[in-house]
Design a protein around this ligand. Structure first.
Ligand code: FAD
Length: 476
């Protein structure tokens, strides 16, 4: 059927319809409409069916992209979903929020030949949403229970992917999460305009229907120690993510209305989910009518500025010390933010927060890019005498995340961590220095991406299975 493919020579790249910025600014719904059947089939047919598919090679999950694109062109969507789901536990999530421009689409051969990449992420989302609509997505029910149990600490994408894979292998699986909902940053970090919450909820529901036991509002360290869980389960997986906000030690950092990004985003997400959130309702953690300054240039900063716009801020500025070309966040998200009314103040660094009790301004200094550092990246240098102050009623710090001190929190001083605080694992076995205790996702690799958390969760499930089967065999 390849005659249907390779249409990139005459068919242009087309992404699904993006809602107008004026409309987007007023709600937290996703900004892209879904593909219709014909567009999905047409756009998939642009794939050049490479013998060595670079899209697949650059996907952390090694998704079999050319095959599901071909099946989509042929209208064989149930098979397309089966192939997609064989390597990915939540393609509807990665289709929406993976940085495809840096992974599959960025490495697409027809992108390299200037025809514009196949719109892989949008097709992935279309296939999976169609699968859900048609009831093809099933709960993970094992053929046979194997009588062993695994406890997973953390119900983010890493923990959820591991839970599904382990359940399919016949394990009794328990997920413990300190929040009141499963999903981790998919629910409380990432805003609805990138990923609507019911998309995550339906995955959580499927896991529950498959028999995964969910323990919400269960904080390991408070409600149980790591040792308690090791005694209760045959194996334990740590998938707790990284939550300690990096600080900015500047004069005035302790002033009122200076907040860490995740506190701000979690409040907004909770409000969107219908929870009563006093800090939002009394205006404290709400950007309405405020001059907001967000500091940072990554994806978290982009989520903060775009949230502030939707809350009705008077002005929203994003301060970043390098230039646009050198920012870590996705260029696509910067463009979306600009369309929505965010002002980017490139090559600018904060020097101090100004105000008596609450912040009223940010004193900033202009920067230029100097000589490249050891990694080849140009280091920002201060332009002397260029300081100025901008108005700010609310400052949000989005400077990245570090791991919490798990050995202390878990009352497990013997748990090995790296000098960055991530849980140390042997990457071949995914096991920590504690027998039968594994780790996956951000807590093992540092702040990363959803697709890597899923990959880790799947790998950890395989390694846990190998470990427990070997142990059972040795005991027999
Ligand atoms: P998490 O998703 O952080 O889940 C960890 C879970 O562990 C949480 O539910 C937490 O409550 C629970 N937990 C922690 N400690 C305990 C404890 N002691 N006891 C019980 N439970 C505990 N990635 C992308 O690919 N695309 C994006 O667009 C994107 N946007 C992002 C935007 C923001 C604002 C942030 C912060 C991150 C973003 N990321 C994005 C990164 C992505 O969300 C993470 O890489 C991913 O969620 C990591 O998954 P995880 O399962 O390791 O951890």
């Amino acid at each position: 059927m390849t005659e249907k493919m390779l249409t990139f020579v005459h068919l242009e790249q087309k992404y699904p319809h993006k809602r107008e910025a004026s409309e987007r600014r007023t709600d937290f719904n996703e900004i892209y409409a879904p593909f219709d059947d014909n567009s999905a089939a047409d756009q998939s047919s642009r794939c050049s069916q490479c013998g060595v598919p670079f899209c697949q090679a650059h996907c952390p999950l090694y998704n079999n992209i050319p095959d599901w694109l071909r099946l989509t062109t042929e209208g064989r969507l149930e098979e397309a979903y089966a192939i997609s789901a064989a390597t990915n536990n939540m393609p509807e999530v990665t289709g929406r929020i993976c940085p495809q421009d840096r992974l599959c689409e960025g490495n697409c051969v027809i992108e390299q030949s200037t025809h514009g990449a196949v719109t892989i992420g949008s097709v992935e989302k279309y296939i999976t949403d169609t699968a859900f609509a048609n009831g093809w997505v099933k709960p993970p029910k094992p053929a046979k229970e194997n009588g062993m149990s695994v406890g997973i600490i953390g119900g983010g994408p890493g923990g959820m992917a591991a839970a599904e894979q382990l359940r399919l292998k016949g394990y009794e699986v328990h997920i413990y999460d300190r929040y009141d909902r499963m999903g981790g940053l998919l629910v409380y970090g990432i805003p609805g305009f990138k990923l609507e919450k019911d998309v995550v909820e339906r995955r959580v529901k499927l896991l529950e229907e498959g028999g995964v036991v969910m323990h919400t509002e269960f904080e390991v360290g408070r409600d149980a120690t790591l040792d308690d869980l090791r005694k209760k389960h045959d194996s334990v997986l740590i998938a707790t993510g990284v939550y300690k906000a990096r600080e900015l030690k500047l004069p005035g950092a302790g002033l009122g209305n200076v907040y860490p990004a995740l506190e701000y985003l979690t409040t907004s997400n909770r409000h969107g989910l219908g929870d009563t959130v006093p800090a939002y309702e009394d205006g404290t953690l709400n950007a309405k009518d405020k001059n907001v300054v967000v500091i940072g240039g990554g994806d978290t900063a982009m989520d903060c500025v775009r949230t502030a716009i939707r809350q009705g801020a008077k002005s929203v500025k994003c301060l970043y010390r390098r230039d646009r070309a050198n920012m870590p966040g996705s260029q696509r998200e910067v463009a979306n933010a600009e369309e929505e009314g965010v002002e980017f103040v490139w090559l600018t660094n904060p020097e101090a927060f100004v105000g008596d009790d609450k912040v009223t301004g940010v004193r900033a200094v202009k920067m230029r890019l100097g000589a490249p550092d050891a990694g080849g990246r140009q280091s920002p240098e201060i332009i002397e005498g260029s300081s100025y102050t901008m108005d700010a009623d609310m400052v949000i710090l989005a400077l990245g995340f570090e791991p919490e001190d798990l050995p202390t929190l878990f009352d497990a001083p013997e748990l090995g961590v790296s000098r960055w605080g991530t849980v140390k694992i042997d990457f071949r076995t995914m096991m920590t220095n504690l027998d039968g205790v594994f780790a996956a996702g951000d807590i093992a690799r540092g702040a990363s991406l959803v697709v890597w958390a899923i990959r880790d969760g799947r790998d950890a499930a395989d390694r846990i299975d190998e470990y427990l089967l070997a142990r059972k065999e040795a005991a027999a």
